[in-house]
Every structure is written in C-alpha cells, then in structure tokens.
Write a protein that binds this ligand. Sequence first.
Ligand SMILES: [Zn+2]
Length: 281
Amino acid sequence: MNRRTILRALAFGFIQCGISRGVLAQQLIHTSYNLPDIHDDYIKDYLHKMINFDKPHQDDMYIPDQTYNIFTSIVMRLRRLQQFVGHGNFQMLSFDDGLRFASTYHQVEPFTKAETRLMEMIFYSQAEQYGFFSKKPLTELTARIKKEDVERAPHSNIILYKGIPMETFNRLKKQIGDQLILTSGVRGIMKQFLLFLNKAYNNNGNLSLASRSLAPPGYSYHGIGDFDIGQTGLGAANFSRIFARTEVFKRLNAFGYITFRYPDKNMLGVRFEPWHIRVTA
Ligand SMILES: [Zn+2]
C-alpha cells in the first residue's frame, strides 16, 4: 500500500506551492466565474470526494507504516478505556483523566510513552493536511469539560452545555415535538480521539477518510456546544443524507434561525451533515 506519511506531507504536500488548500477553498468560494480548468477540476474532484466520503481517495493521508503498531495499540486501549469507564463517563473524559484511569486499572493498562507521544502529535498536527479545513475550537490537549457547565438533556442520557445549547435544544423540542430526538451532545477530547482514530483504524489508517465524517480531536464543535439531532425511528440513518428528507429536518430548515455546521457542498472537507446543529460561532 502506498502510505503517505504525515512528515512527508508536511514537507512535500500541497503547502509546497505556497498556497494551502484552505486558502484555495476560500478563494474558490469568492470566485464565481472564469476559473482556470485546474480549479474546475479541483471542485469537481472535491465534491465527488465528499459525496463518496467513506471511500479512499488518491490524495488521502495515512498513518505511517513505522507508527502503525503504536496507532493500533492506542485504538485498542481507547476501546478498553471506554468499555471500562462506561460510555456516559467516557463522553466527558479529559486527556489527563483518561491517562490516569488507564494506569489505575489493569483491564486497560497505562498508555505507553510512544502512544501518548503519537496522540500529542496527532492532536497538534494541522488537520488541513488531511484535507479538513474547519477551525479548531479546543486548542489544548488537556482541555476539560467542567461538570458545572453541562447537564443531562430532559428525558435523555445525553449531556449538553447549559445556556444556549440547552435552550436551543429545548426550543426545537417544543416546536417540533416528540419526533425530534437528541443523538449526540457534549464530547471531550478522549471521545473524539476514539471516534476519529477508530474510523481511521477501520479504514487502513486513512486519516483523511476519517476526517471527512469525524472531526480530528480538538476540531469537534461538540467540545464547545454543538449537538446532533435526529428523527425517532430512523436509527443509524439519522447520520446519513436520508435525514435531510425527514419531516424533522424539513421543519427545522423552515424555521430559518437554525444553521448547520457542515452544510451540503461545504468547502471544509466534511461531508454534508444535516443533523449537526451549529450552536456556537
Ligand atoms: Zn455532530
């Protein structure tokens, strides 16, 4: 397999021509006509990639071969950690508490130095190199969710930030009714590590593919207030384009005051997520 390494991409990737794809994407948004062919090709290729977000693409970046074993052991340890501390607690777990829990319990065993180093490297890498251009709301690996800032949503096990996120959800629930359900709320750094790396693990270490549907750790707005909603009875399809055809989505869209973090044809390197409510700026 032709794996591209993070270092190689940093040194020789698309930054080499002096313009990042993020800047290019910005330019493309503000340029409506007379684009050179190369731009048309870029957009066409980009949109095709976003529609087929779960398939590998020729420019995708992978975990390098030399760190693949460490990467695998991180994923396995994070899975055990989640199982051990429970899904609810794991949602909120900080990086430091995760390390502490892992070292306390023999079922999990401590993260090795090589593992924490790779996690640090992944956290502090620019996700732009994967093709992910959204901002990074949590810039510190050790960021914590304060218990006093969050609470359980009514009739749910899902945690939301107090204030605007909870008020927004309650308003939506009141306007749309029982058909609307909360599917994901607050997520800490460790949870985002597991989601992102697990997705990459299930796809041969493809970090770019993972970032098209799961934000890398630090880059998820679930860390500061966004949440996901769905329609009752739709199950896993709530996290697919099918949700955009539901009654809940249509009514949500008609309100006008709701915005989506990753709209259709966004230039952020993220698939269309009609279920992800943008709460924070
Ligand atoms: Zn989401």
